[in-house]
Design a protein around this ligand. Structure first.
Ligand code: ATP
Ligand code: MG
Length: 499
């Protein structure tokens, strides 16, 4: 008997014009958590889709329990006990939790009608075993992302799962939800289930994984025990170079006040929020997910209306009625949900990037194709967007590379104030450094940046001042030079949790 539950040997997958996987290999032991890491576009999601039968490989073999298997389609994978939670969930929002769990393998009576009581009870048991109190009769659509993931896991458990694949499961979760997911993953490992974990958060890997495998540019680089490799070496394997200046130092001069909010309120979401953003400053809005950070910046950028307080732009009170008006004033927003709000998938990379700055590339009714292309190329290089050319459609890109297109789109506009909601979420370690570099350059040119972030190292190393929010209010504003991870965390903790 082999020491491995699963072996993937010499897997190759070719898309038109792109070799997404080039002869890669991977092994999985029973009851281990194995992290799969690599830059955006390295081939991680494609690899998972080969394992789950979504994509047919152009070469290689899959060996499960010592037997070679053919993965024709996702149903075959499910039959073998292989289940995946993807970056984007694929559940039925209008059905109940129990219906989603038993979809496709319903508990039927002889008369072919569904046994509801049994279904709901079985769902209850599964959810209990995961330590969750979600009700089996709740509608799926009413649950948070974290709860929906849990239902996915329960669904997989109901089908005798032996391998669980999690592709960036914590990208949309708060810190506490992530910790709950870690706890569940460890519990499943103790039951002998093997887990493949894909994440750009090193924290996820260190918290959970036993071994780590790195892919780079469609190739297999290596596999290590997590305890047997240091961070710098791992990063070097992922990026192919060492990154010595991960957080670049800022030299920007802090100038005039660009934007001020005074006692800004929106009933039910946040109240009495006041802070100032200056030229050349990076101001970070942090706190737990749900503390009202996104709601504040949505109000500032004209998506929603305040119910109290004021917004001052260069000292003058303004009413920002729409995102369009905010944009005309030079306020650009990088939204949190980029796939939905930031990108036009059928368009090319170039057209997506140059859209907000279209005026700059037009003369009369003609667009200057050459300059548009140059602009597209500039960002493709600066952010290392992995594509054959700027003419590739956004839909053909990996998740992280799509994010980079949205960031480029924002930077190419003619804004003076940038509002970045979790700018490095889902972005690989090399591109993170690149985005930080660009942020520093912009502040040196006098831009003001308001950044929402939950990543504490990013909060502390990239901002000048930190606004910590708690339950819809500003808890404190601290200069980054005086902040520690602990002080920022504790200022954001809900009051009843504090001693
Ligand atoms: N359906 C497709 N058609 C064409 N090219 C594709 C398709 N799916 C993926 N690719 C390409 O294959 C390569 C690998 O993509 P993949 O999604 O596997 O990357 P990834 O490692 O998951 O990246 P990320 O960290 O950004 O999620 C990329 O160059 C991507 O553009
Ligand atoms: Mg991916």
């Amino acid at each position: 008997m082999s020491e491995y539950l699963l072996e993937m040997r010499n897997i190759t997958k070719i898309f038109p014009g792109v070799r997404a996987l080039d002869n890669v290999s991977f092994t999985l032991k029973k009851g281990e958590i194995h992290a799969l890491m690599g830059e955006n576009g390295a081939g991680k999601s494609t690899f998972i889709k080969v394992l789950t039968g979504v994509h047919r490989p152009d070469g290689g073999e899959i060996i499960l329990d010592g037997k070679k298997i053919e993965m024709h389609d996702p149903l075959v994978a499910a039959k073998h006990g292989i289940a995946a939670i993807y970056q984007h969930l694929a559940l039925y929002p209008d059905l109940t939790v129990a219906e989603n769990i038993f979809m496709g393998h319903e508990k039927m009576t002889k008369m072919k009608s569904i046994k509801w009581r049994e279904t709901n009870n079985a769902a209850r048991e599964l959810l209990d075993s995961l330590g969750s109190n979600i009700s089996p009769t709740d509608r799926m659509g009413s649950l948070s992302v974290a709860q929906q993931q849990l239902v996915e896991i329960a669904k997989a458990l109901s089908q005798n799962m032996q391998i669980l694949i999690m592709d960036e499961p914590t990208a949309a979760l708060s810190r506490r939800e992530s910790e709950e997911l870690y706890a569940i993953a460890s519990k499943l490992r103790d039951r002998g289930i093997s887990i493949i974990l894909i994440s750009h958060r090193f924290e996820d890997m260190y918290n959970l994984a036993d071994r780590v495998t790195v892919f780079r540019d469609a190739q297999y680089i290596g596999t290590w025990d997590v305890n047997g490799i240091d961070n710098a070496t791992l990063v070097k394997h992922m990026v192919g170079r060492s990154i010595d200046q991960f957080f670049p130092k800022g030299n920007a001069k802090i100038g005039e006040t660009l934007l001020e909010v005074k006692n800004l309120s929106r009933t039910g979401y946040f109240a009495d929020v006041s802070f100032k953003l200056h030229e050349g400053e990076i101001l970070c809005l942090t706190g737990l997910v749900g503390a009202g950070r996104t709601e504040v910046v949505e109000t500032i950028s004209g998506i929603t209306k305040p119910t109290g307080g004021e917004i001052l732009f260069k000292g003058k009170p303004v009413r920002i009625q729409s995102p369009n008006q905010a944009m005309k004033m030079g306020i650009g927003l990088l939204p949190e949900d980029r796939q939905k709000q930031g990108l036009f998938l059928p368009w090319s990379i170039m057209d997506n990037i140059t859209l907000p700055a279209i005026d700059r590339f037009a003369s009369g009714i003609f667009r200057s194709g050459k300059r548009e292309r140059a602009e597209g190329e500039k960002y493709k290089d600066a952010l290392r967007i992995r594509a054959t050319s700027v003419d590739d459609t956004a839909s053909s890109l990996s998740g992280g590379n799509q994010q980079k297109v949205v960031v480029s789109k924002l930077l190419s506009g003619s804004n003076r104030i940038l509002i970045l909601d979790e700018p490095t979420k889902g972005v690989d370690v090399g591109s993170k450094a690149q985005i930080y570099e660009i942020m520093r350059n912009l502040t040196e040119q006098g831009f003001g940046i308001l950044m929402i972030s939950s990543e504490l190292p990013e909060v502390i190393n990239m901002s000048d001042n930190i606004v910590v929010m708690r339950e819809g209010r500003v808890s404190t504003i601290i200069p980054a030079s005086e902040a520690t991870q602990e002080s920022v965390l504790s200022a954001g903790m809900p009051l009843e949790k504090q001693a």
